[in-house]
Design a protein around this ligand. Sequence first.
Ligand SMILES: *Cc1c(COP(=O)(O)O)cnc(C)c1O
Length: 341
Amino acid sequence: MTLRVPDLSRYPKAQLRDGPSPIVALPRLSQHLGGAEIYVKREDVDGLGGGGNKLRKLEFLIGEAQAAGADTIITVGGRQSNHARLTAAAAARVGMKCELVLSRLVPIEDDDYVENGNVVLDRLFGALIHDIPGNVSALQVAEERAATLRGEGRKVYVCPLGGSSPVGCLGYVSCALEILDQSTKSGILFDHIVVANGSGGMQAGLVAGAIAAGVSPTKVVGHTVLAPLEKAYATTFEKAQQALDLIDSGLTVSSDDIVLHGDQLGNGYGLPTSSMRRAVTLLASQEGLLLDPVYSGKAFAGLIQSIENGIFGAGQKVLFLMSGGTPSLFAYRTTFESALR
Ligand SMILES: *Cc1c(COP(=O)(O)O)cnc(C)c1O
C-alpha cells in the first residue's frame, strides 16, 4: 500500500495530546455479539481535560488563535458540551482566558443535567459561562461578546460549534493518517471505521484524510446524533471538501464518500434512546469501558445494530472511535438508574 501523506506542517499547532492514541481489541464483546471483530481507538483517554475528540481539533484551533495573537477564546455549545469543556482546559493549558456560550438545546432541566458533568469541569478550568436559551443563536451571542471584549482591548478568537471549522477538521485528517500508520505497522486492516457525527468535523476530517492519502473514504461510517440525516450529510460533505481544500487543492469529495446513518438519533440531540442505554451498559459491563450518552453511546448502538443485522459479519474487522464524553454520564445519572433497574 503506497500512501500519499499530506503535509499539515504549515498549520500552526499547539500540543495538547500525548502522541498516537492506542487501538485495542475487544475480544469479549466481539464474542458476545458474535460477528465482526471489534477494535476501539482510545481517543477518549489522551491529553488533558478528561480527554475526547475535540482535543485534536483544538490543537489546530489554539494554534491558529495563538498565531493571531489571541488572549481570549470564546466558543459555543450545548449545556453539556464536551467541546466547551475541552476548550476551557486547553485555554488553561496555554494561558488564555476562556468564555463559553452554552445553550439550553436539550429539553432536560434537572440539576444533574444543568450543573453536573461537564459544567463542573468548565468552572474548574476557570471558564466564564454564559447561560442562554436554546432558541437564541449562540454564535451571535459569542460574536457580540467578542466585540465587547475587543472594545476593552482584548484579542479574541471565536471558535465555532464543535470546533469544526476547516482548520479544526485537520485534527481528524491527521487522525486518519495515524490510523493508516497503525494499520501498516500492526498488519491489522479495518473494513469499517465507525464514528459519531455531531457537528460533522470528525467524520469530515477522517474522510478528507483518507481521500488525501489515496485510500477508500467509504470505510468511515457515521451515525448522526445531532442534525437530521440530510442536514448532517450536507454539513459533513461540505466540511470534508473544505478540509481537503486546505491540504491538497485539486482533490474532491464525491457524494458516495460520505456514509452516514440517521437511525440512532431517536427523538433528537441529547435525548436518550434505549439502544444507547444498552450500548453504554454493555461496553461498561463487558469491557470496563465508558461510552457517553450523547455521542459515542448512540454511534456504538449503530455498530451493534450493524453486527446484529449481519452487515459487519464474521471475518471482518471494525474500528470504533471512542470519542470521549465521559463527564456527561454524570449529567445523565437518572437515565442510567432506570436502565439498571
Ligand atoms: C463532539 C463529539 C463527537 C462528534 O464529533 P463532531 O466532530 O462534532 O461530529 C463525538 N463524540 C464525542 C464524545 C463528542 O464530544
